[in-house]
Design a protein around this ligand. Sequence first.
Ligand code: HEM
Length: 378
Amino acid sequence: LREHDPVYWDQRFQSWVVTRHADVIAVLRDPRFTAKRAFQDAFWESEDFLAAFGQPVRVLNRQMLFLDHPDHTRLRSLVSGAFTPRVVENMRASIQHEVDTLLDDIMPKGGMEVIADLAYPLASTVIATLLGIPPEDHAKFVKWSDDYGALIDGNKSQIEHVICLLQSFSEFTNYFRKFVDQHKSDPQDDLMQAMINAEEQGGRLNEDELLGNFALLIAAGHITTAHLIGNGLLALLQNPEQFYQLKQNSDLISSAVMEFLRYDSPTQSTERIPIVDLEIAGKHIKKGQSVLLGLGAANHDPAQFPDPDHLDLSRTDNRHVAFGYGAHFCLGSPLARLEAELAFNTLLQRLIQPHIQLEKYEYTPSIAFHNLKYLHIT
Ligand code: HEM
């Protein structure tokens, strides 16, 4: 498809699908596209629907991911300071401690369920600690985050399913209210406090934006990172010579993580909508039509990556779009990369090939994500 029909109309998704690296980048930097998604269309804004689900839909629509400038710029600037490479580097020791504690607990058991026992607990603990959420609540928000992922995955054909997911999203955002109250009466030194102060002091974000963006940070902050660890480890187990190469040369860890992101991207697609009629690579796209950007497909475009289906841990000039591109480029990319680097470094020191066996694994069906349901190794 990428070669013969790089911008095609997909009847099933009711969307254009863009698969070339250059076209994906061109759309993501083009101001004629909005990040506002399909849940701002007639279906979601019908009176009956809004009467029942107005609150979660309104909150969803105030997440920075789905806003354009100037609202997007305002919200992003409020939290971006918490995720700069310098700030994230200060978290190195605490992330390493978390990795060691988890592995000390799991490794003696012989086998390991990588997703449930390592990837999710690590990624959820790191983001929850940053925001100021207690460990005993992690299981709850992992479930809400998975439901949120399914909600933005875009399958609106089963209305009952969408309603369940919206109910779950509503619980997710309501859950933050008690923390807002607690933080207001007993101020803390965490990201949540910084955002609450911004709401209280100059009205720089309203309550919907506060709750919606907490949910976004929690969900975006751990699901994808967990699956980077899962997908990357699976890629290494399927390519034992690269496993050895990385085990013997830890200097490769940073480029290896970038290659895992490119080779098996946790976020496979995102969506944009044109605000005027326009053309992409010769195809006429009407204002308001959905355009799915195949981030995973673009990351295997031979025009950009030599030998794209080969896992090359020392690949240079790796301009993948696994973190997106342009104004919405992933805010948490330094954090995700550091977590993955520490997890792989420590795992590789401790795992010994060829003794480890890939037992079984399965992916969760999805348009937007490539996520492992489980990955068992022994
Ligand atoms: C945005 C992927 C980790 C927070 C994005 C986008 C992608 C992405 C593709 C852009 C979506 C678009 O343009 O429509 C990933 C991957 C991750 C990861 C693959 C891990 C491997 C994280 C982490 C955080 C985070 C750890 C922590 C807070 C965000 C936020 C946005 C975002 C807040 C929205 C930024 C904006 O709208 O300006 N991410 N992400 N992500 N990501 Fe990540």
